[in-house]
Ligand binder design. Structure first.
Ligand code: UDP
Length: 253
């Protein structure tokens, strides 16, 4: 294959220049990191699963009219996406208390919140992605008031969609993180859902048993991460029954 220009390498993905202007190839690695990359490992098969799962969620969002960067999946580890300017915020939506919110506010993990709560963190690894308010976002010019209105509405639509999809397969959507990109159509700018949506960026708990089916399995050493993600993919019909992402790649291509 012809050499491609690498644009950026992150913790879980590599971005390459796409075949057409305005496109990017997003390559999903098997690397897992947690606690701001202090904990690291290579989890065989994770990239393949996340590529598939992100395709599934982004395609579903597009079908209900939520704009995303996703264009098409290219192969087991790569997808073609629209290039955009990433707004430097992690947009977190929470339905149940967990993780940093439980710690910060002293609320037991698993407590249902009175309504979905949206939080913003400033994307900066060196600072550990600190929580910020809309005041910081406006004052530092990371996003305009109109952007913030659009981001909130996108985040809540993604939450409704993902919660419903998960509920249908016996999984509780505890919380998730999305990133938002800015694209320009002529003189107009609009916002789209970018990056990825996968069990790396969601908390997913089995409704019956409470079993964790997300990256907390890795963060908290709760078992095999690939097994957990495979279970999510199987329930969603993204993987055929009994398919293994590692040993039978042809089944999922
Ligand atoms: N999250 C993420 N990337 C981050 C931080 C958080 O994808 O850099 C996701 C995380 O998987 C969870 C949600 O955002 O689904 C809320 O995470 P939280 O703030 O509780 O952070 P953590 O407990 O992971 O520090």
């Amino acid at each position: 294959m012809a050499r491609r220009k690498k644009i950026y390498e992150g913790k879980a993905k590599i971005l390459y220049e796409g075949p057409e202007p305005g496109t990017i190839v997003q390559y999903f690695k098997d690397d897992a990191t947690a606690f701001n990359a202090q904990k690291k490992d290579v989890i065989e098969g994770k990239g393949v699963l996340n590529n598939r799962l992100s395709e599934f969620f982004m395609t579903g969002l597009a079908q209900i009219g939520v704009p995303t960067h996703f264009i098409k999946r290219i192969n087991m580890r790569e997808q073609l996406v629209r290039s955009c300017e990433i707004i430097p915020l992690e947009v977190i939506v929470r339905n149940y208390a967990a993780g940093s919110m439980s710690k910060r506010l002293g609320i037991d993990e698993g407590t249902q919140l009175p309504r979905p709560i949206v939080e913003y963190c400033y994307k900066d690894d060196a600072l550990g992605d600190p929580l910020v308010t809309e005041e910081h976002i406006a004052a530092f010019g990371w996003a305009s008031q109109q952007d913030m209105d659009d981001i909130l509405s996108l985040a809540l639509r993604v939450n409704d969609f993902l919660s419903g999809v998960m509920l249908a397969v016996g999984i509780k959507l505890v919380d998730f993180k999305i990133e938002i990109g800015r694209v320009y159509d002529g003189d107009f700018q609009r916002l789209i859902v970018a990056d990825e949506i996968s069990p790396d960026s969601c908390r997913l708990w089995d409704m019956e048993t409470g079993q964790k089916l997300d990256k907390d399995v890795f963060r908290r050493d709760l078992g095999n991460l690939t097994d957990a993600y495979t279970e999510v993919a199987r329930r969603l019909g993204v993987l055929p029954k009994n398919a293994s992402p590692i040993t039978k790649p042809t089944l999922i291509n």
